[in-house]
Design a binder for this molecule. Structure first.
Ligand code: DGY
Length: 314
């Protein structure tokens, strides 16, 4: 039986099982010794570390880079393509769970779920007080979705069920989504000026890096809530801190940050008007299981020189 040696960064044990008995996983290194450099024929990642041309050049026999996740901003897909190495990812299976989490964060920030939880456990909670922790109405509010791809469309569907008005900004208007979901395209500045909630559901690309900074926060309503389910660098972290501490916006809920994680003493972590979760967008049992399967299927196909079930075009 042929054996395959691959490089993986702290892979989940279940993924290692799925890869099969003929796959040996080496711990991550970007400075391999001669044997490792020669033996490695595949790379499995899940968001970090970075896979770029110089790294791939250190492993001249790599045939496949398989990413456990849909976002491939940490992989230089073009550099891999130039070296004849296909990159696989896991699209589709995580759209609904990521949209669910977007709504979870939206609702948590709007209705003080986290501060309410803390208060309900504290000695201060001695009797029901109708004047505390008054949140923002979700029903009837305007949600501006930035990124009307698969995940954005599932967010729109959920928001409609909450009686929200949904407007969106995308690189190109999405006529099919408008028709199917009753959402309206708007310019970015209009989304920022008119939305009660702004949800980031776009990939991280050179166009979206730093998309939301001081100028954008200045356009937003002081009652607005920002949700970031995209990638940390879509938002300027310092500008977010300024916006939350000066009342430029009311609150934010973020599943991703820049850097990720934030340093443990980062001032954002002390803010009550920030809800933060540790990159849980796709973290539901069925979704994560399917992601593991797709990662293993892409890897196996690449190792055998077959077309990948899910290849990233680049
Ligand atoms: C993705 O699929 O890109 C998610 O961020 C999980 O890594």
């Amino acid at each position: 039986m042929n054996r395959f040696t691959i490089l993986g960064d702290q892979l989940p044990p279940h993924l290692v099982e799925l890869l099969g008995d003929d796959v040996d996983v080496l711990p991550w290194t970007d400075s391999p010794d001669e044997d490792t450099a020669r033996d490695v024929v595949g790379i499995v990642t899940y968001g970090h570390p970075r896979v770029d041309g110089p790294l791939l050049d250190r492993f001249p026999n790599v045939r496949i880079v398989s990413n456990h996740g849909v976002g491939v901003d940490h992989i230089d897909v073009a550099a891999a393509g130039q070296r004849g190495i296909p990159v696989g990812n896991t699209p589709g299976c995580l759209d609904r769970s990521t949209a669910d989490m977007t709504m979870a964060l939206l609702l948590a920030a709007a209705r003080n779920v986290v501060t309410g939880d803390e208060y309900a456990r504290s000695p201060e909670f001695t009797q029901y007080d109708p004047s505390i922790l008054i949140g923002h109405e979700v029903s009837g509010a305007t949600l501006g979705i930035i990124g009307m791809g698969r995940i954005g469309q599932h967010v729109a569907r959920r928001a409609k069920a909450f009686d929200m008005k949904v407007i969106y900004y995308n690189r190109n208007p999405n006529a099919a989504a408008e028709e199917a979901l009753g959402v309206e395209y708007a310019a970015l500045f209009e989304i920022l000026e008119t939305s009660d909630f702004v949800s980031l559901n776009c990939p991280l690309t050179p166009e979206t890096e730093g998309l939301i900074g001081d100028e954008e926060f200045e356009l937003m309503k002081s009652s607005a809530i920002l949700i970031n389910m995209a990638r940390g660098p879509v938002v300027d972290t310092d500008a977010l801190y300024r916006a939350l501490t000066t009342g430029q916006i009311a609150a934010a809920a973020v599943d991703v940050t820049d850097p990720e994680p934030l340093p443990r003493d980062h001032p954002l972590l002390g803010l009550k008007n920030l809800v933060i979760t540790p990159h849980l967008g796709s973290a539901s049992n069925r979704t994560r299981r399917r992601m593991l399967e797709l990662t293993a299927e892409n890897l196996r196909a690449g190792l055998l020189g077959h077309p990948l079930p899910h290849r990233v075009e680049g």
